[in-house]
Each structure stands twice: as C-alpha cells, then as structure tokens.
Ligand binder design. Structure first.
Ligand SMILES: NC(=O)c1ccc[n+]([C@@H]2O[C@H](COP(=O)([O-])OP(=O)(O)OC[C@H]3O[C@@H](n4cnc5c(N)ncnc54)[C@H](OP(=O)(O)O)[C@@H]3O)[C@@H](O)[C@H]2O)c1
Length: 235
C-alpha cells in the first residue's frame, strides 16, 4: 500500500503536526503552502493559495504520488487566513482573498483529487468552533469557517455511492502561530484564553493532528462535524 495525504498549510501549526503524524504512520505527505514543511521526507509544493495558477503544481504532485502504487488518498483542507475585520465595514476584495484561501482552494483541491479517490480515501476539512458560532471582530473567518461545514456536508452527499468519506474537525484554542499572532504578546491574555477550556490549558497541535488521523482512517465518521476543543467554557 502507498497511502498519501495532501495537507494544505503544513509549514507550521496544526498542519505541520498532521504531517508529522501521517509520516509516522507511513503515509507519503504532500504539503501545500508558501513556506516549506520542516518534517523530513515531506513533498513540498510551495504555492500561494490566494493567487491563481497553483493547480498544475499540486496536480503533478498528487499524480506522482498515485503512480507509486495503490493506496488511499486523504486531503486535509487546513490552510486558512484569520484576519481582524467586521461584517459591517469589510472591503469586498478583502473578503474575496479570504474566501480564496479558506473556501475556494478546498473546492478546487477536491476536484483535482477526485480521479485519485480510491476506496478508503477521505476529504477532511479543518473548520473551528467559529464554524458554528460567532465572536466579534473576525467576520471573514467566521463566515468562511461556517462555509466549510456546509461544504463538508455537501461533499458527503455528493460522495454517496463511493467508498470515500468526509468529516470536518473544529478545533478550539490550539497553541499555534495563528493563535499567538491573534492574541498578541501579553501572557495574561494567553492565560485567560487557556482558562476558557474546562481543562484550563491550550490544545496542542499534535492533539488535533491525532483527531485528523483518526478521521482519515475511520470511514464511519462520514459527514461528521467533530468538535475538538477540550470543552470550551461559554461566556
Ligand atoms: N490555532 C487555533 O487556535 C485554531 C482554532 C480553530 C481552528 N483552527 C484552524 O486550524 C487550521 C490551522 O491553523 P493553525 O493555527 O495551525 O494556523 P497557522 O499556524 O497560522 O498555520 C496556517 C497555515 O496555513 C498556511 N497558509 C496561510 N495562507 C496561505 C496561503 N495564502 N497559501 C498557502 N498556504 C497558506 C500557512 O503556510 P505559509 O504561511 O507557509 O503559506 C500555514 O502553514 C486553520 O484552518 C485554522 O482556521 C486553528
């Protein structure tokens, strides 16, 4: 068997941890992001998903992997932009850029992956707790994360009759660059966010990577929205 996974945004954070986990389990790993994935033996396709023209390079890497023998293909739609903006004053071009990375790229990748989706393959989405609720000041993120849950549900229906499954993982506060950039440098803010889980700590990227690996290898999780947030305390 020559299983392969394509992960968008594996240069750091949750995507990097997922690349490490799948490699450990013996999968061929393709990273799609602007920077390289630091995990050894990962195939890097260095493209900007916000700019047109990235499809041929990604398609070539997928086909190269498939030519190495039969196996499953998993696609993890993980890369995302997380911008400060609001629903009443957002510039349309700004929203278009966020949509391009967070929603359009997964759609295009599904189409590229489709001919290679053998039995047991999967299309996995990474949404957020903000895929089913909103907070102030991150409207494009909230909008696109809701959209991913809808796209996953549509994917499930459109895959009917195949042996391919799909799921959407919704992480809570995970200790990555994205969260650190968003929270800023103040340790008190970080501690207060950690206190918003019932366990009183941030989630590690490796924990979310484990959930993604479970989804990839567990077809009964088809059409599932999986909240992985250590029990978020609602305020
Ligand atoms: N961290 C959290 O608390 C949290 C919570 C809920 C959901 N999530 C979700 O989990 C996923 C991963 O988040 P993370 O925290 O690991 O984020 P991160 O550390 O900021 O990593 C984001 C990844 O996306 C890639 N990316 C961003 N813009 C890109 C572009 N234009 N083209 C190609 N790749 C691009 C980045 O790669 P390059 O910069 O190298 O291109 C990077 O590898 C996201 O979907 C996020 O919404 C995270």
């Amino acid at each position: 068997m020559s299983d392969q996974v394509l992960i968008t945004g594996a240069s750091r954070g949750i995507g990097r941890a997922a690349a490490e986990r799948f490699r450990k389990e013996g999968w061929r790993v393709i990273n799609v992001s602007r920077g390289p994935c630091p995990v050894p033996d990962v195939v890097n396709v260095r493209v900007d998903l916000a700019e047109p023209g990235w499809e041929p390079a990604v398609e070539a890497a997928l086909r190269d992997g498939a030519s190495q023998g039969p196996g499953r293909l998993c696609v993890v739609h993980n890369a995302a932009l997380y911008e400060h903006d609001d629903a009443l004053s957002m510039d349309a071009d700004h929203l278009r850029r966020v949509l391009e990375v967070n929603v359009v790229a997964p759609l295009v990748l599904n189409r590229l992956a489709r001919p290679l989706l053998t039995d047991g393959s999967s299309l996995l989405y990474v949404s957020s707790t903000l895929g089913e609720k909103a907070v102030k000041g991150v409207a494009s993120y909230v909008t696109t994360k809701h959209a991913l849950i809808g796209m996953m549900r549509a994917t499930c229906q459109d895959l009917a009759g195949t042996q391919v499954h799909t799921a959407c993982v919704c992480p809570g506060f995970t200790d990555t660059e994205m969260l650190r950039e968003h929270l800023g440098a103040d340790p008190a803010v970080r501690a207060s966010v950690a206190g918003m889980t019932t366990f009183g700590r941030l989630i590690t990227p490796e924990e979310i990577a484990g959930v993604l690996y479970t989804c990839a290898t567990t077809p009964v999780l088809n059409g599932a929205v999986i909240h992985a947030n250590l029990g978020q305390i609602e305020r």
